[in-house]
Design a protein around this ligand. Structure first.
Ligand SMILES: Nc1nc2c(ncn2[C@@H]2O[C@H](COP(=O)(O)OP(=O)(O)OP(=O)(O)O)[C@@H](O)[C@H]2O)c(=O)[nH]1
Length: 658
């Protein structure tokens, strides 16, 4: 782990690119005189005053809860972008789910202006403070959203790596450091929460040195809570992070960073201008989608959408065009002036779906409403894949691909909160590969779709794996090793970060971490473990399809694919769980788990006669009617398989069985 020298080389390269700074300055001054009138649409922000050398784009990256969003708030207050005490805390966490769960799920950008006296020769020789435009990109900390992190980093030249002064380096500090390092960003270590009684900044400095070769003297010490040390953050950003490269005299090239749908304005795209200049009214084309659009509005996030009429090289902002759907706004696409010919920018790796689940309307007649809600929500979260599917138990629904379990959970919550949709989701599954006797290979995202065809036998199967990073206090090593081997993990690395903490690397089947791994890891380590993973290759594995049958009838929405060695135990757990959640009905119900024709677990629910009017002796007819109505309502929430009614909760409970 000696990445420093590589970073230095990249900085030297970047410095070379900045040789066109003078040219940029001359051109921006020229542009300024011609278009400044249209720029001053609001707040008199004249972006032509900000050539690349007066711009800094940085991101805040950290392990979950180490204080990124709080630090972002403080910096926005410090620069007067938001007023202290006005607005909500964690200003950039705008979604209701983000506020309720206290996590960031969507990266957000805010533009700030800050007066700074440059130390560098050549800039600001009269030694006056000059205004610097700083774009801050707040990023999510949870592993499921690292796709958002890598996207944000593409618009930055530097990152603040925030580390909790008491907890020290955690799994996601490691993952995010490498994301930033591989993107050639200048990394400024920030040791935050130094106000805590257990804070030990020296220990954290030593960890940063030993793990990432970051110099202890480069670390900033802050408390985003009390404000201590915050005055050094923006000067460090300006002095240490290079200006964005790019040439203002070149043809326009913009990187499409994100998009969302706004009821009033339509599709709003967040963009980073890599070269050239964009003005309101310009005609632009998309390299990926091949469509042309007129720029109807352009501006910056300050922190709300603020029209500026122009965006220049190095600036990050928003554009509104006539795009009708966010499907046209392909993240990572290059936008350019329609008449020019440009080399498209590298773009991003497409999001990789790790977990798939079926989503069905709780009430079958709500299919169209759910369809509409999913369409709208995917406009704001393009990382979800959606295809239609149908199930005998649940009717018409959708198979959705997510970046992880938390992502799936957040998507459900947003469907319910923002669109009032009530959904039943099926057991999450991962994409397996099966080979049949005729040599054909298929990727199976829906276990029920795996063929049970005697003419086409499965001859081999593969499952996706992950490379997991686990950091724990050394006293928990034993239980964690046991957990990982129960989950079919293979240990790849085991090192001491310092005298108290151990760093472990495991290869684990993705299926094994999808359900409840993180919670169990947290519980056996009293909450001290930190965990992160990166997708890795497929490994050959002995997989079987486990069916659940009710009175002999398979419930397709409950089928799972599982490792052969675990099939029996899982079958027993599922059957026992179902027995608890299915009410006794007027006939006996037999619940079975089976692999092909072999039953591996069985439970029976004996028959009973349920008469809701039993306790309603004589009396008022309206009371009887009310009870019957209530029973009818309850039935609506039941799903009928053959003659058996299954309550929605049974589907929810199955999600928790691994
Ligand atoms: N004592 C103390 N608490 C802090 C400080 N900075 C943040 N916190 C608290 O730490 C918790 C997490 O802070 P956030 O800013 O939401 O952390 P985050 O890194 O943005 O979290 P995610 O977005 O979920 O990754 C909150 O309760 C903050 O009030 C600090 O300097 N000192």
């Amino acid at each position: 782990m000696k990445p420093r020298s590589k970073t230095c080389n990249k900085i030297v390269e970047r410095k070379k690119k900045q040789s066109n700074l003078e040219e940029n300055l001359a051109l921006t001054t020229q542009l300024s005189s011609t278009i400044s009138r249209t720029n001053r649409e609001k707040d008199n922000i004249d972006l032509t005053q900000y050539p690349p050398e007066r711009i800094r784009n940085f991101s805040i990256i950290a392990h979950i809860d180490h204080g990124k969003s709080t630090l972002a708030d403080r910096l926005l207050e410090l620069t007067g972008t938001i007023r202290r005490g006005h607005g909500q805390p964690q200003y950039l966490d705008k979604l209701q789910v983000e506020r309720e769960r206290g996590i960031t799920v969507k990266a957000q950008t805010a533009t700030m202006f800050y007066k700074h006296k440059f130390n560098a020769p050549g800039i600001n020789e009269d030694n006056e403070s000059s205004s610097v435009l700083i774009n801050l990109i707040d990023t999510p900390g949870h592993v499921d959203f690292s796709y958002e992190v890598s996207r944000s980093l593409a618009a930055c030249q530097g990152a603040l790596l925030v580390v909790d002064a008491a907890q020290g380096v955690q799994a996601q500090t490691v993952a995010n450091f490498y994301l930033a390092f591989e993107s050639n960003l200048t990394i400024i270590p920030v040791i935050n929460k130094i106000d805590q009684p257990t804070a030990d900044p020296d220990r954290v400095k030593a960890q940063l040195k030993s793990m990432f070769d970051l110099e202890p003297s480069d670390a900033l010490l802050t408390s985003a809570k009390t404000g201590v040390g915050l005055e050094h953050v923006l000067p460090a950003v300006i002095e240490r992070i290079p200006a964005p490269p790019g040439v203002i005299s070149s043809s326009l090239r913009m990187l499409l960073l994100d998009s969302y749908y706004d009821e009033y304005k339509g599709v709003i795209c967040h963009v980073a201008v890599v070269d050239g200049a964009l003005r309101k009214g310009d005609k632009i084309s998309s390299a990926g989608f091949g469509q042309s659009y007129e720029v109807l509005d352009v501006g910056i996030m300050h922190p709300e959408l603020t029209p500026t009429g122009v965006l220049l090289t190095g600036q990050v902002g928003y554009i509104v065009t006539g795009m009708r759907s966010t499907k046209e706004a392909r993240i990572g696409d290059t936008l350019y002036h329609s008449k020019s010919i440009v080399e498209p920018l590298p773009g991003f790796k497409p999001a990789k779906h790790m977990v798939f689940s079926g989503l069905y309307p709780a009430d079958g007649s709500d299919f169209e409403a759910l369809n509409h809600a999913i369409e709208r929500l995917t406009c704001n979260d393009a990382s979800v894949s959606v295809t239609k599917e149908s199930s005998t138990a649940l009717g018409l629904g959708f198979r959705c691909g997510f970046l992880g379990l938390l992502h799936m959970d957040v998507f459900h919550q947003r469907l319910e909160q923002e669109y009032g949709a009530h959904v039943i989701s099926t057991v999450p599954t991962v994409p397996y590969i099966f080979e049949y006797s005729d040599g054909s290979k298929v990727e199976v995202q829906n276990p029920a779709a795996l063929l049970s065809n005697p003419k086409k036998q499965v001859t081999a199967s593969w499952e996706p794996t992950v490379l997991a990073t686990i950091i724990i206090p050394s006293e928990y090593v034993g239980p964690v090793i046991t957990l990982c081997s129960e989950r079919r993990g293979q240990q790849l690395e085991y090192t001491f970060i310092d005298s108290q903490r151990v760093f472990m690397k495991y290869r684990l089947p993705l299926r094994e971490i999808v359900v409840d791994f993180y919670n169990e890891l947290k519980s056996i380590t009293s909450g001290y473990a930190s965990f992160d993973y990166d997708d890795s290759e497929y490994q050959q594995s002995d997989l079987v399809k486990l069916d659940i049958l009710l009175n002999g009838q398979p419930v397709d929405a409950m089928t799972t694919i599982v490792h052969k060695l675990k099939a029996q135990r899982l079958g027993r757990d599922l059957v026992e769980k179902l027995k608890k959640f299915i009410d006794r009905q007027m006939f006996e119900i037999i619940i079975q788990a089976a692999i092909g024709s072999k039953v591996v677990a069985r439970e029976t629910i004996s028959a009973m006669r349920k008469n809701v009017l039993a306790k309603c002796y004589g009396g008022d007819i309206t009371r009887k009617k009310k009870l019957l109505e209530k029973q009818k309502e309850g039935k609506k929430r039941m799903k009928r398989v053959g003659s058996v009614d299954i309550p929605q909760e049974a589907f929810h409970e199955l999600l928790k069985v691994s």
